[in-house]
Ligand binder design. Structure first.
Ligand code: HEM
Length: 445
């Protein structure tokens, strides 16, 4: 009988750890091609040391399936996030595993799906319309900056319970301080970014507490109101402390990512006039029937293809970290417990074995007859996959479709000349110039 080889007898993945302590963190943060270059050198699985831990990068649809589905319980979300996230984002969904995660996801789910979403339509449409009118009166602006304000306003009205215009600027300032703290050294001394972030977190949480008490007396249909009312089958609901941290997490998870994807949508359309014409045609046809309605959002198959292609070619999130809680062997390499892994969204989306001419922006690859992502499971993972698929997917799709429809129906623009359109992925994927635009709507009117 042949003896089975023990996992630890397999070799560790190829690659190097870099400098003591910091490893290769600096290159990882500053070089957007860090992962792709290493993949070209070592293949689909390789080791490095980033963010204070030995880390294994795993690339491709098979690796995604392994991490997101078939070996799901070998990995922990909680152990995949750095300490700053634990302190600043509290015990929220990102930092939970097992039954605790399951229970909370179930309780949060109804506020982001089905009937609840319909209540958000008016708010989203009104805010998008106000931004389009503002841009009409500006000659030049930068889209990434404007879209960040827009998505923050939508999220803060629905999730933080703020009033439009009133305290959005104040909350956005606090949120900005909080986000900077997530990516800084955790030194709690007055004047440091981290200290400021802790203060901002406390102020945001106390703002949320006040808004929650108001809603307890007078229930509302915004996300915050629904999070208060939500109950599971046994009648359990979320405590005030839980609602506060979960709402803060949603704001973090939702607004930076949506901003990135919308900016990439605008960039891709500006660079692909044929696609722009076709997607505009679909909108003009709908516009002739009626003003944008909830029902119309389901009648935009070509826009859906375009959004999928933006997700593929410009993924807002480059990958997902997990802590390894059970050692395993993948592709003949051993990965020990206590390390972390990163599944790589970007490299799956550019895999020539799945997508033909992967560097070309071609929404028709997602047409019903050709859908290239259907060939292989876990090949389109811009919103993650498996049982921890993005909770805000439907929310984000609705927001993006409303924005895209109103933009295409009512607004004309061109990209400003002489700008650096190379992409940077910190804090999320966007052109280095932030996408400078010249407004043409007034000229046409
Ligand atoms: C275009 C916009 C968005 C993109 C590209 C995006 C992307 C993602 C990705 C890739 C994941 C999985 C990460 C991993 O596996 O490590 C994820 C998870 C998640 N997203 Fe999104 N997201 C978007 C919008 C939103 C919005 C609007 C919300 C909330 C309002 C949200 C809330 C979440 C949450 C809570 C999770 C974790 C789910 C869980 O652990 O069960 N996302 N998202």
């Amino acid at each position: 009988m042949t003896k089975q080889k023990l996992p630890e007898n397999y070799p560790l993945p190829p690659g190097k750890f870099g400098f003591p302590l910091i490893g290769e963190t600096l290159s990882f943060i500053t070089d957007p091609d860090f992962g792709e270059k290493k993949k070209d050198k070592y293949g689909n699985i390789f080791k490095t040391n980033i963010l204070g831990k030995p880390t294994v990068f795993m690339c491709g649809a098979e690796a995604n399936r392994f991490i997101l589905q078939s070996h799901f319980d070998y990995f922990s979300w909680e152990k995949g996030w750095p300490k700053n996230f634990h302190e600043l984002l509290g015990k929220s969904l990102f930092l939970q595993d097992g039954d605790e995660h399951k229970r909370n996801r179930k309780l949060l789910m109804p506020s982001f799906h089905g009937g609840a979403l319909n209540n958000y339509f008016e708010t989203m449409r009104n805010i998008v319309e106000s931004y389009l009118s503002k841009w009409e009166n500006l000659e030049n602006f930068t889209w990434f900056t404007e879209l960040k304000q827009m998505t923050f306003e939508i999220a803060s009205v629905l999730l933080l319970g703020s009033k439009r215009g009133e305290n959005v600027a104040y909350l956005s300032g606090l949120f900005n301080d909080l986000t900077l703290g997530l990516f800084s050294f955790p030194i709690k001394i007055k004047g440091t970014k981290y200290y400021k972030a802790l203060k901002a977190r406390d102020l945001l949480l106390s703002h949320l507490e006040q808004e929650i008490s108001k809603r307890k007396k007078n229930p509302t249909n915004d996300t915050l109101g629904l999070l208060i009312q939500t109950k599971d089958e046994e009648g359990n609901s979320l405590s005030i402390e839980e609602i506060k941290v979960q709402a803060l997490l949603m704001l973090f998870a939702g607004h930076e990512t949506t901003t990135s994807m919308l900016t990439s949508f605008c960039l891709a359309l500006s660079q692909n006039p044929d696609v722009l014409m076709k997607v505009k045609k679909e909108q003009n046809k709908l516009h002739q029937q009626e003003e944008l309605s909830l029902n119309q959002l389901k009648q935009m198959p070509y826009l859906e293809q375009v959004l999928k292609e933006v997700e593929r070619l410009y993924p807002a999130v480059g990958g997902g970290f997990r802590g390894v809680v059970k050692p395993f062997v993948f592709n003949g390499y051993y990965v020990p417990e206590g390390w972390q892994v990163l599944y790589r969204i970007e490299s799956t989306h550019k895999d020539e074995n799945i997508y033909s001419n992967p560097l070309i922006f071609d929404p028709d690859r997602f047409s019903k007859s050709r859908d290239e992502s259907k060939k292989v499971d876990f090949s389109l993972v811009g919103f993650g996959g498996g049982s921890r698929f993005c909770l805000g997917y439907a929310f984000a799709q609705m927001e993006m479709k409303i924005f895209a429809s109103l933009l295409l129906r009512n607004y004309r623009w061109k990209l400003a000349e002489n700008q650096d359109l190379t992409l940077s992925n910190i804090p999320s994927l966007h052109p280095k110039s932030n996408l400078k635009v010249v407004s043409l709507s007034k000229d046409i009117a």
